[in-house]
Design a protein around this ligand. Sequence first.
Ligand SMILES: O=P(O)(O)OC[C@H]1O[C@@H](O)[C@H](O)[C@@H]1O
Length: 446
Amino acid sequence: MVRNIVVLGGSSHPQLTETICNHLGIPPSKILLSKFAVGETRVEIIESVRGKDVFIIQSGGGGKVNDNLMELLITISACRTASAKRITAVLPLFPYSRQSDIPYNKTGAPLAKVPGERSRNNTYTFDSRPQTPYPGQQESQGLGNGTQALTRQLSRMKTEQTNGVPSSPVKSTAEGQPPRRSDTIDSARSDKSNSTKSDGYFSNVNGVNGIAKPTTKPPAFQPQPGYKQWVAQAGTLIADLLTCAGADHVITMDLHDPQYQGFFDIPVDNLYGRHLLRKYIQFSIPNYQQAVIVSPDAGGAKRATAIADALGVPFALIHKERRPTQINDRQNATMMLVGNVKDRTVILVDDLADTSNTITRAAKLLKKEGATKVFALVTHGILSGDAIDRINASALDKVIVTNSVDQTEHLKRCPKLEVLEIGNVFAEAIRRVHHGESISVLFDYN
Ligand SMILES: O=P(O)(O)OC[C@H]1O[C@@H](O)[C@H](O)[C@@H]1O
């Protein structure tokens, strides 16, 4: 039993709050969470937090991630103004953790349902859209990585140089792409310049000191598909919101991007889920010594190799081929296996599954490459939208997640799902932080 400590649970995961409190041997403190008719969040802390060490548990998954974030911020602020001694935000899944990165949209997601199919299990193809390039393929059918447009533009410029006549103005929108704001501005400028500067900048008249001025119009700025200069990268904002609200400390697990810690000027303890995953492998996967650990993308390679090294088993990697101009099209990335999985059990290791596109597509590829069974071990089972249907229909044999996100509903619908408990790990982290003990032991927990 720990004293002078207050544990408050947000709406996102009451069951995890209960488990953590059971391990700490204290009841959760009373908090009233409600909404005004208009939808605004209202928080009332029923017990005094004056001079107390407060831990607020709120996870980032589920369908109400924005509401939960606002609730967390208001709760932190309420504790701050009620004179709490220290406030720690315990975020088993860190909200917005993937938005330290350049955002993308999901136009043309590869697992679009096949139109007209009735049976649920037959509605997903698990294929890339567009399909994997093959020798002799017409580029227009392939990934459309922009080289075609570039080649066309170069040959146009060559013709202009030979003839000395500028050809029709370059369109600023990439082929097949809807116009973007920057395209519109740029093309407007480009049109204007054509009408008012038909000679001058683009003329053949000799320039200063006899140096010839360019005879052709330089190509107009063409933004890369996916480049959106006005889209925010939310990482710093989330860090600022938490600290401005009054958080003194953050405890989380398997941050998608560990660099996220650098956005904060307060301590951020990023616990590892890998010891739980490793234990699962050792105790629940038959003949795991003959298995291959696979990371479904390069970003997760470090996490997966750490487990493979600890178990002394081989490692393979799925390379997601992303052409440089396809930032907005990650879901369409073509997958290629680097390594050998023939006649082996495969253990896919990843930090999170959201739509489960990544793990289901990887499973299809791995079975095609000869894997006998595919287990997916994922720290955060967000499983949004139709992720569960996708898993049920996929080549995955089992999906193992932790309960960093509430899995109660997912478990009812997915016979392939197994859940590992993380309440004890977070309880131990809270106990150690409260007593001022090192928590580095939790990073290498066996
Ligand atoms: O494919 P879904 O499940 O939507 O997203 C999960 C993947 O997206 C990445 O950022 C994660 O590391 C993981 O590989």
